[in-house]
Design a protein around this ligand. Structure first.
Ligand SMILES: Nc1ncnc2c1ncn2[C@@H]1O[C@H](COP(=O)(O)OP(=O)(O)O)[C@@H](O)[C@H]1O
Ligand SMILES: [Mg+2]
Length: 589
């Protein structure tokens, strides 16, 4: 339950709504009780009239109007009760929506500040669940649970004190079944919670499966796996039906259980009340009044069980949320933010081990790149090339050793100041569901079309873009056009070029482009990056042979380092690669 204390600041923030809401709850409870007193008076009046009639006394003609008046009072208080219940919802439920909104923003904001390690550790589904499902469950506590708890508390206190003032004995006996009702409802509510959870998770299985089968439809059809998918979907859907049936079964018990318990209490009221009436201890009006009270108490008492179960699951959700909110970013950056940026890069015995897998991806890597120079990085898959790039753009910090930019340790750099000068083209191009123009202008505060076009031309994708139906305004992603791998890579290059950063990192971003286009783009990049320090990661010799320096990585170590001519002379790995790629180029012709 401790986790829920974390919500107190939110209540405090919206205390106005909470306090007025509580006042509305009290008022609506008072109007809910008022009819009981009117019913008591009516029945007592009727009993008096019957008495008078029997004893032959003068008939009191005003009685009719008295009864009509009581009836009017009952109608009026029902209307007022309704109005105040409306206000109660309008305040407390509205407050819970405000808190839900705050919480969602807090969680999302926190996600944005966390570093790569966190996103590698938790899958997207988990992140989504925290922000939707768990926040939703917490809302059930700050909204409905609080509202019903207040309502129940006031109703129980008021009703029971009136009942005791009428007859303590009758009160005691009438209320005997109700605690059992609360307990049973609590059990049933827990069962409902756990079964709805099963329904939810099966529904998510089913939709994930369906989603995958839609996006993978081409592969499914070409391997003729359609019957298998149909069969598997049927199985998942059957499972979904069966968990739903289990849920319905407990749901079906809920209502009868309540009616049974109320019936029992009513029975006791009539029997015990009847005996007390005959002994002259209570009036006829008191018995009817008690029947009304029993009915009034049923829902509040049942809701004790329901509220308890809501609070329990909200507390579990809050704990999960808290676990995420307590995650600190691995680093937050320093203060260094110079007026001038040159682009000098130096690696000093940099080693890096991935925290989640324990894989050592870089081992004592050192090199120095003067401002405006270019470095080519070669190596097989898994050699550590992408890791090298990720360290420069500070997605991770080195496990040991240091990286200096313009002579200052990366850790001392202010992150926004550093990132303003970096352009990174990732190995896997990622485009947002937006127009092509906006995807290219992504890193800019503002960019006009001519700038975007210049960048797209340099990245060799302009001619493709103008062939799309809406040219630069064409939407990409699920509901837009599907770009080929090479087109995506080039849009991603344009996104980095338009920023005109001082350091550019191209991580194997021409792998899906043919050699000719690659040549053109490389020339453009070379022209665009003459003043710029650039890192070109590739597996083709052609991509790096013009670089000022080249390093070859193997299992995280630098095995060769020099200019293209030097390395060819040395007759090592690089020279082998040159011979190999020359052969295959010749074969290709
Ligand atoms: N996010 C990650 N978590 C754990 N291990 C990783 C991660 N990314 C890469 N690795 C591992 O680090 C090594 C180097 O990978 P990477 O830098 O991507 O190589 P390259 O880009 O040269 O293909 C590989 O063994 C790879 O499995
Ligand atoms: Mg890579």
């Amino acid at each position: 339950m401790n986790a829920l204390k974390k919500l107190n600041p939110y209540f405090l923030k919206h205390k106005g709504l909470l306090v007025t809401g509580s006042v509305f709850v009290i008022i609506s409870v008072i109007f809910k009780l008022f009819p009981a007193l009117m019913i008591r008076n009516s029945f007592d009046t009727i009993a008096r009239v019957i008495e008078d009639y029997r004893s032959g006394a003068v008939r009191d003609e005003t009685v009719r109007w008295e009864l009509i008046r009581y009836g009017m009072y009952i109608i009026a208080s029902a209307v007022l009760q309704g109005i105040f219940m409306y206000f109660m919802r309008q305040t407390i439920i509205v407050m819970s929506r405000h808190i839900e909104f705050d919480l969602k923003n807090v969680v999302f904001d926190h996600y944005q500040r966390l570093t790569q390690r966190f996103f590698k550790k938790n899958n997207t589904g988990d992140l989504m669940n925290r922000i939707s499902e768990d926040v939703g469950k917490v809302r059930m506590y700050v909204g409905p649970a609080i509202m019903y708890a207040l309502n129940t508390g006031f109703t129980i206190i008021l009703v029971i004190s009136i009942m005791i003032s009428v007859s303590p004995k009758l009160t005691l006996l009438t209320l005997v079944p109700l605690p059992f009702l609360a307990f049973l409802i609590y059990k049933v509510a827990n069962l409902i919670q756990s079964r709805s959870h099963a329904v939810q998770s099966q529904l998510s299985n089913l939709s994930t499966f369906a989603q995958e089968s839609f996006s993978g439809t081409r592969v499914i059809k070409s391997y003729h796996k359609t019957p298998w998918f149909v069969q598997k979907f049927k199985e998942e859907a059957l499972e979904y039906r069966s968990v739903n049936e289990k849920l319905f079964r407990v749901n079906a018990v809920f209502q009868p259980l309540m009616i049974f318990m109320v019936g029992l209490s009513t029975l006791i009221t009539i029997y015990v009340g009847g005996t007390l009436y005959m002994a002259g201890k209570v009036s006829a009006g008191n018995i009817t009044e008690f029947i009304y009270y029993v009915n009034l108490l049923t829902w509040p008492i049942a809701s004790i069980g329901w509220v308890t179960s809501l609070v329990q699951s909200a507390s579990a959700s809050m704990e999960r949320l808290d676990e995420f909110l307590n995650e600190a970013p691995d680093f937050t950056g320093g203060k260094y933010s110079p007026a001038e940026f040159k682009g000098h890069i130096k690696f000093e015995s940099v080693s890096f081990t991935y925290p989640n897998s324990g894989v050592q991806a870089l081992n004592e890597v050192s090199f120095e790149l003067l401002a405006g120079e270019s470095l080519g990085v070669l190596g097989k898959t898994g050699a550590g090339k992408s890791t090298l790039a990720a360290l420069i753009v500070r997605q991770y910090d080195p496990t040991s050793g240091s990286i200096f930019i313009d002579g200052v340790d990366l850790k001392e750099w202010n992150l926004p100041a550093l990132k303003a000068h970096l352009g990174w083209v990732p190995q896997e191009a990622f485009l947002f569901s937006d127009t092509i123009a906006n995807n290219i202008a992504f890193g800019m505060d503002a960019a006009d079309l001519p700038e975007i076009i210049t960048a797209a031309k340099a990245a060799g994708v302009h001619n493709n873009i103008i062939e799309f139906p809406k040219s630069y305004d064409t939407a990409v992603g699920e509901r837009g056009v599907t770009l080929s791998g090479g087109q995506k890579q080039r849009v991603s290059i344009a996104r980095a070029l338009i920023k005109k950063p001082e350091i550019m990192v191209f991580d194997d971003c021409l792998s899906a482009v043919d050699t000719e286009t690659e040549e053109i783009i490389l020339n453009n990049i070379k022209a665009a990056t003459q003043e710029v320090s650039s890192l070109i990661i590739a597996h083709r010799i052609s991509s790096v042979k013009h670089c000022d320096q080249i390093i070859c990585l193997e299992e995280g170590r630098v095995i060769e380092h020099g200019t293209a001519a030097e390395l060819e002379q040395a007759g090592g790995h690089y020279a082998e690669l040159v011979a190999l790629q020359l052969d295959s180029a010749l074969e290709g012709n």
